[in-house]
Design a protein. Structure first.
Length: 334
């Protein structure tokens, strides 16, 4: 062990490392930031840590409570990325919709203009940069409703990544999740009324300790009613240190996997139907590699693809959709 630091003390970590391993100097080390994404998209982290205490998660114990980055710092980083050719900004954090809660929405400055540290104000500022702006890990709080009109206006992408996790009220309480299925469905309907083209993706956990067959059926009913575009599903797996490990009535492994398979089979029909509805439409696509791109409704590495012939990596293209399968769209350049 070299040193003990806090969860957000990047400078302290680097100081300890360089005390034992001096940093080599040179223009490539000192001046060039390192990105692990292709040149045309980048992740923009707006906060660290989380104020929730979900029983299946240990992030707060590792990374601490929510710490929001100053809004001016975030927007300056975004401006720099766009100036260097980034065409898509993927906004991430442990809880994007809580941005600014820890600093009581303190007023910062964006290009000299007073701006509150709030998700909707950040989205407005990012929407002025001319890049695609995609929101990930958004809890369905009421103020998210203020962001959806920005999607309808074309300021940010009509896309929300919302980790609902379950639909049963009892299971959500056991998970300590801040939501209920009824309110979530109402909110989804309002979002689609305000922005009909919105794409919603989510993740769910099946086989959580104590989950009954009836509660799993509630989840399947929710899935059908919510009609989500993209969904990921995980069979519950104990994480060392998570409070959920101590809950009674663990679900047998074979039951977990059987439920996960049923869940994904149900969602596959929904996803296929929503993709087939795009046949005959011309979509704006960002090209990741020749013949492969993504629409406004597809985040890199987790959602589907648009397949065609041709295209220049890192550029936008118009693609006429001719067919669809359960995951991807297929078409031709226009």
């Amino acid at each position: 062990m070299l040193a003990i630091t806090g969860p957000h003390d990047t400078a302290g970590v680097m100081k300890a490392v360089h005390a034992h391993l001096p940093r080599p100097h040179g223009p490539y080390n000192d001046l060039v930031p390192v990105r692990l994404t292709p040149p045309h998209y980048a992740y923009l982290k707006i906060s660290e840590g989380c104020n929730h205490r979900c029983t299946f998660c240990i992030i707060p114990s590792m990374r601490g409570d929510l710490v929001s980055r100053p809004i001016g710092e975030v927007t300056r980083e975004a401006e720099g990325l766009v100036e260097n050719g980034v065409k898509e900004l993927l906004v991430i954090s442990q809880d994007t919709s809580a941005y600014g809660v820890d600093v009581k929405y303190r007023t910062g400055f964006v290009k000299g203009k007073p701006t509150k540290t709030r998700m909707v104000d950040l989205c407005r500022a990012l929407g002025d940069l001319g890049a695609w702006v995609r929101l990930h890990y958004v809890y369905p709080y009421q103020h998210v409703d203020e962001v959806v009109p920005l999607m309808a206006e074309g300021k940010i992408l009509p896309y929300l990544d919302v980790p609902f996790q379950h639909a049963s009220a009892r299971i959500l309480r056991l998970m300590k999740r801040p939501a209920s299925a009824e309110r979530v469905l109402e909110r989804i309907h309002r979002w689609r009324e305000a922005c009909p083209q919105i794409a919603i993706r989510s993740t769910f956990i099946v086989g959580f300790p104590g989950e009954t067959e009836a509660e799993f059926s509630e989840l399947l009913d929710f899935l059908e009613e919510a009609n989500l575009d993209r969904v990921g599903c995980f069979a519950y797996s104990p994480v060392q240190g998570a409070a959920a490990n101590d809950l009674p009535h663990p679900v047998p492994e074979e039951v977990k996997e059987e439920r996960r398979a049923r869940f994904m089979a149900a969602q596959e029909k929904i996803s296929t139907s929503r993709l087939q509805a795009k046949i005959g439409r011309t979509l704006r696509v960002i090209v990741d590699e020749p013949g492969v791109g993504r629409s406004e409704g597809d985040a890199p590495e987790i959602d589907g693809l648009v397949r065609f012939v041709g295209g220049t990596p890192g550029e936008f293209a118009q693609v006429l959709i001719e067919r669809a399968d359960e995951h991807d769209l297929h078409g031709r350049l226009e």
